[in-house]
Design a binder for this molecule. Structure first.
Ligand code: NAD
Ligand code: UFG
Length: 339
């Protein structure tokens, strides 16, 4: 079975390539490397013992994408490629709509033209906006609160329309909660090109001494300790979720399915700091600052649908996420001699 992975050099994509190869799939990666490095794929090859074809293209480059689909016979596409920084999307909405929506549109058109109609799409818990209650179920109202989230919602809607118009499509919308951690080898992990926006990579860089201090955005939320609560999920569990989804898709379950991929448990920012301190043996200096605009108090999944229908559940603990993330961070610092 041949699978095209768009954005396969990125954080979640690279871990998914490892799990796909382990499960016996042949993987082809396309990526424009706007937020990743080609060396990641060498490390995927080291982990798996299999090198994978890579074509550096932007999804909006229709001609080049057509060539890839002419060269390979894909059974399915896993579509990770996109921009993902919420704050940046507020500052540069047109860039986000162009990259995420236009890139996806071109991809789906080329897929349709080549008769490839099995698709797994990287959506996000951000499509639920500020939910009225938790845990969040897949049928909760959808309401994005920023251009990044709206780009995900638009793509979800586009796909629902496509499936209605042509019942041959089998589409899974995977709504990720908060991916964290790294591969246990320490060879691949999250490697943001700029200052990290997300909690986990920021904490890891503070632990290593690369950054001085973590800003904790607010301690006056109605939560256990006043800081924001999220559903952190190990990136390897997430990657395995994609393999389980493919199994279901390729058994010809037609139509559109949406699944929450989370653990079902929430952890606060202060709980995460403490867990990371324990795993790394380093102190994480922090200070409480004002709430970050657009943040919600609490977000965690009801992931029981994925368990029932995909036979998937997250298995790795917060401690494992912190240990693996720290190993990756420490090994990266060795590789690049930071600090
Ligand atoms: P990432 O930035 O590490 O990976 C995305 C990859 O896509 C990068 O390698 C980038 O170079 C590539 N890319 C972007 N635009 C492209 C284009 N037009 N053409 C070709 N390649 C392009 O991000 P990630 O964390 O691995 O996220 C993967 C997907 O999951 C994204 O769609 C993201 O929105 C979604 N997601 C991520 C999170 C998260 O917190 N990491 C949460 C929910 C959903
Ligand atoms: N936080 C801090 N300091 C930081 C960074 C984050 O206190 O430097 C806090 C936030 O306020 C929040 C929690 O840590 O309470 C998690 O924040 P992240 O930025 O790591 O993650 P978000 O929940 O804001 O959003 C992430 C992705 C989105 C995705 C969403 C899905 O960035 O793209 O998870 O749940 F949609």
């Amino acid at each position: 079975m041949q699978i095209l992975v768009t954005g396969g050099a990125g954080y979640i994509g690279s871990h998914t390539c490892v799990e796909l190869i382990k499960a016996g799939y042949q993987v082809v990666v396309v990526d424009n490397l706007c937020n990743s490095k080609i060396s990641v794929l060498d490390r995927v090859a080291t982990i798996t013992g299999t090198s994978l074809p890579f074509i550096q293209i932007d999804l909006r480059d229709r001609e080049s994408l057509e060539q890839v689909f002419s060269e390979y016979q894909f059974d399915a596409v896993i579509h990770f490629a996109g921009l993902k920084a919420v704050g940046e999307s507020v500052a540069e909405p047109l860039r986000y709509y162009d990259n995420n929506v236009e890139g996806s549109l071109v991809l789906f058109q080329v897929m349709a033209a080549h008769g490839v109609k099995n698709l797994v799409f990287s959506s996000s818990a951000t499509v639920y906006g500020d939910p009225a209650t938790v845990p969040i179920l897949e049928d909760f109202p959808l309401a994005a609160t920023n251009p990044y989230g709206r780009s995900k919602l638009m793509i979800e809607e586009m796909l629902r329309d496509v499936a209605t118009s042509d019942p041959a499509w089998c589409i899974a919308l995977l709504r990720y909660f908060n991916p964290a951690g790294a591969h246990e080898s320490g060879l691949i992990g999250e490697d943001p090109n700029d200052i990290p926006n997300n909690l986990f990579p920021y904490v890891a860089q503070v632990a290593s001494g690369r950054r001085e201090l973590l800003s904790v955005y607010g301690d006056d939320y109605p939560t256990i300790d006043g800081t924001g609560v999220r559903d952190y999920i190990h990136v390897v569990d997430l990657a395995i979720g994609h393999v389980k989804t493919l199994v279901r898709l390729l058994s010809k379950e037609a139509g559109v399915m949406a699944y929450n991929l989370g653990t079902g448990c929430g952890s606060s920012v202060l709980q995460m700091i403490q867990a990371f301190e324990q795993a790394s043996g380093r102190r994480i200096p922090y200070r409480i600052v004002a709430r970050r605009p657009g943040d919600i108090a609490v977000c965690f999944a009801d992931a029981s649908l994925a368990q029932r229908e995909l036979n998937w559940r997250a298995e790795r603990s917060i401690e494992q996420m912190c240990t693996d993330s720290w190993r990756w961070q420490a090994m990266s610092e060795d590789r690049f001699s930071f600090a």
